[in-house]
Design a protein around this ligand. Sequence first.
Ligand code: FAD
Length: 405
Amino acid sequence: ALTGNRDWKPAWCKPEPKPEYDVVVVGGGGHGLATAYYLAREHGITNIAVVEKGWLGSGNVGRNTTIVRSNYMLPANVRFYEHSMKLWENLSHELNYNVMFSQRGILNLAHTPSQADDFIRRGNAMLHDGADAVWLTPAEIAKKVRGLDVSAKARFPILGGLFQPRAGTARHDAVAWGYARGADRLGVDILENCEVTGFLRDGDRVTGVATVRGEIRAKKVAIAVAGSTGRVMRLAGIDRLPIESHVLQAFVSESLKPFIDTVVTFGAGHLYVSQSDKGGLVFGGDIDGYNSYAQRGNLPVVEEVMSEMASLFPGLAPVRLLRSWGGIMDMSMDGSPIITTGPLPGMFLNSGWCYGGFKATPASGWCFAWTIAKDAPHPLNAAFTLDRFHRGAVIDEKGQGATPR
Ligand code: FAD
C-alpha cells in the first residue's frame, strides 16, 4: 500500500552546516535531539545544529528494549524520572507524532524476603515522591502474568512483586524521528554523517567543533553521545571520567500470540521482558562484563539470558530466538546520570545513562536544555553533577537505577 505514496516530504531537512551556531549539540540520539527540541521550544534558542556521526537512530535510541518507568528510590532519581514519565504521557500530543507510549505497567518480581522488603521500601519512597506503586501478591501475579511458575516449588519462588501501573514501553525510533521533526520545524539544523573529530579552543574555552564536514563555531557545545562519551571527551583533552563503556545486548523471539501485557523483570537474575505488537518477546539481561565500543556482544550473556528466561517461564524453553543486537552503554560509577555545565568553559555534558537512558529521554533533553540556556542546572538535575564523584556525593542506586530489576 505504501508504494502508491510518491510525494512524501522528508520529516527533517538535510542542510549544509553553517559556519557558526549559538549551540552545537554533539550526538543525534534521543537525548541530543530532545535537547535541541526543548532549547528551541522552551527557551527560544533556534540557531542550533545537532551533529550526528551516522544516521539518526543508529545509536542506543534505536537499539533499546523500550522500557519506560520511574520506579527508583533515591529522591533525586525518582523526581527526575517521574518528571520524564509526565513528559512521556503527553509526548505523542506534544510532538504530533505517535511514539506509541503504552502504559502497560512494569512488574519487578521478588524472590527472597529481603528483596520483598527492599521493593516495598522502594514502593513507599516512590509514592512519597509522587510516583505510583502497588505491591502484588503471588496470587495476583499469577492472574496478571500467565506462564509464570508462582508455586513454592519454583526454582526461584515468587514472593510478590512491585508493580508500577503507569510504566510501559514506547516505539523507540519514533521517539528519535518525532523529536527530530519537531526540532527541524522549529529551525534546528540536523547534520547527519557529520562526525566530530576535535574541538575548537580558545585557551580552555571550547568555541566549536571540528567535523568531517568542516569546522563549526559555537557559543556553546553540548555533548550527548552516550556510549561514545569517553572517546569524544578525549578529543577535548578530558581523559578521566567516571564512565565505562560496555555492550548491552537485546533479543527478540519469534512471534507468539499475545500473552504478556506488561513488562516483567526477574529478581533472581537479570532479565526483563515485554511482548511487542508483532508478538515477539523483547528481552534483555546484563551488560557484557568487559569494556567495549563494539555494537555487538558475546555468547556467555546470550546463554545466561536464555537460561533465566527458561527458568522464569518454563513454557518458553522451545521458543526460537529470532535476532539479537548490541548497543554501547555509558555506565556511570553510581548508576545515576550526569547532566551538567562543563567540565570546560563553553561545554556541557550529558552522560552516564547506563541501561536506562531511553526512559529518561524527555526529561534529559528538557533538563539539559535548561542547563545550556541558563548556564546553570534546573533543580531536577542539580544533583547530577560530574564533581559528585570527587565530593563523595554519589547517588548510588545501581540496584534500581542502572538495572531494571
Ligand atoms: P544514542 O542513540 O546512542 O545517541 C548518541 C549518538 O551520538 C549516536 O547516534 C552516535 O552515533 C553519536 N556520536 C557518537 N560519537 C559521535 C561523534 N564523534 N560525533 C557525532 N556524533 C557522535 N533504556 C531504557 O530506559 N529502557 C530500556 O529498556 C533500555 N534498554 C536498552 C537495551 C539495549 C540493548 C541498549 C543498547 C540500551 C538500552 N537502554 C534502555 C539505554 C538507552 O537506550 C540509552 O541509555 C539511551 O538511548 C542513550 O541516549 P541516546 O538515545 O542519546 O544515545
